[in-house]
Design a protein around this ligand. Structure first.
Ligand code: 2BA
Length: 109
């Protein structure tokens, strides 16, 4: 058994949750916050048998799109200007950031 942790954009999270249900893949969805953009995203915890990992990863890949987002980054324009002004910087946020972890034990009481 493995644990898949998939960090996805909020825009894709409901679709992914529904697809996991349709595929009979059990998951827990957590509200999370990206450390860089400091905006909401969703983290899925999926405990899954080894033989179904590829299926789950394919489903995540197909459902989650990468998108461009803008983050206001303070930059100094000119040495003569005292202070900083926010400047929008484009970042490509991935469709999904996925970790596959070993599971030492699984108990369901
Ligand atoms: P955030 O940390 O909010 O990052 C959003 C996007 O900002 C990233 O997309 C990346 O394109 C960019 N970014 C992040 N850190 C950066 C930096 N130091 N300099 C420049 N650009 C930076 P993704 O790489 O697709 O990541 C999407 C979300 O997945 C992240 O949201 C974070 O919540 C999570 N994540 C990504 N890598 C991770 C890791 N190694 N460990 C834990 N969580 C991770």
């Amino acid at each position: 058994m493995k644990m898949i942790m998939a960090i996805v954009q909020d825009k894709d999270s409901n679709r992914l949750a529904n697809k996991l249900i349709d595929a009979d893949i059990r998951a827990t969805k957590l509200s999370s916050t990206g450390g860089f953009l400091k905006s909401g995203n969703s983290t899925f915890i999926i405990g899954i048998e080894d033989k179904r990992i590829e299926e789950a990863l394919k489903l995540i890949e197909e459902t989650c799109q990468s998108r461009k987002q803008y983050v206001s980054s303070p930059i100094t324009l000119d040495i003569s200007l005292d202070g900083q002004v926010p400047y929008p910087v484009e970042v490509e946020v991935g469709g999904a950031t996925v970790f596959v972890l070993p599971v030492e034990g699984f108990y369901h009481y």
